[in-house]
Design a protein around this ligand. Structure first.
Ligand SMILES: CC(C)(COP(=O)(O)OP(=O)(O)OC[C@H]1O[C@@H](n2cnc3c(N)ncnc32)[C@H](O)[C@@H]1OP(=O)(O)O)[C@@H](O)C(=O)NCCC(=O)NCCS
Length: 220
């Protein structure tokens, strides 16, 4: 499903269930030794997805542990991003020769809990969400904004190794299926030019909101 909002060079592996019998590497086992069952299942299935994607890229299965601030550590030749929510797990990978970064997020297609939009959205974003909701009340635009922000953070972090607050990107959603996140803080520099915005795509399907950002590698 998520491949619909990513360039063809991105390798996608996703799952709508937690298949029985999946195993982890010992390094990964350590990370979920004390985790509740739900966390263990999502962690295991998404790593299985990631190894499928690595396999498609011709890369042998390796442990995928969490590094700084929870970011996954990938083999040197790839960038990637993972997401999991109820009923969905996905790993998206690409070669460093093709992508500078990837960021993906999935959420249940349901309104955000009371108070969350106020906590994560800028005033201008709230105004735009209200307008989108008035035009299309069947879509949970507040949840979509949240997911877009999570994708922005997951794409941002591997480039910067820095925190990005919810108020530090101003996201404009185009109901046709895209969004632009304007960075309100200095962004990473790619190929000598500062990155000032991230462009993403979204889809709403199968009871899920899914967002994705991919930034191409800079030649040279
Ligand atoms: C880290 C975060 C983005 C995860 O998003 P989420 O919707 O809670 O959960 P998801 O299931 O979609 O994603 C979890 C996966 O994100 C990845 N992830 C975690 N931290 C990450 C980071 N710093 N950078 C990149 N990816 C990260 C991991 O692969 C994780 O799965 P794993 O723990 O099994 O390895 C979120 O919890 C968070 O901390 N957000 C605050 C920062 C933010 O969103 N700022 C907004 C900027 S506009």
């Amino acid at each position: 499903m998520i491949e619909r909002i990513l360039p063809p060079a991105a390798v996608v592996a996703e799952s709508f269930t937690d298949p029985a019998g999946l195993t982890l590497f010992p390094e990964e086992e350590k990370l979920v030794a004390n985790a509740v069952d739900k966390r263990r299942r999502e962690f295991t299935t998404v790593r299985h997805c990631a190894r499928r994607a690595l396999g498609e890229l011709g890369i042998a299965p390796v442990p995928i542990v969490s590094g700084e601030r929870g970011a996954p550590i990938w083999p040197a030749e790839v960038v990637g991003s993972m997401t999991h929510c109820d009923g969905y797990r996905a790993a998206v990978l690409g070669r460093v020769t093709q992508f500078a970064t990837l960021g993906v997020d999935a959420e249940p297609h349901a309104p955000l809990p009371e108070g969350v939009l106020d906590a994560i959205a800028l005033p201008a974003e709230r105004t735009r969400i209200a307008a989108l909701t008035a035009a299309d009340p069947a879509t949970c635009w507040d949840r979509l904004l949240f997911s877009a922000k999570e994708s922005v953070y997951k794409a941002w972090f591997p480039l910067t190794a820095r925190w990005l607050d919810f108020a530090e990107a101003d996201i404009v959603i185009d109901a046709a299926g895209t969004f632009v996140a304007r960075l309100l803080v200095p962004g990473p520099v790619l190929g000598g030019a500062p990155v000032t915005s991230f462009h993403g795509r979204f889809l709403v399907d199968r009871g899920l909101v899914v967002t994705a950002i991919s930034i191409p590698a800079v030649a040279g």
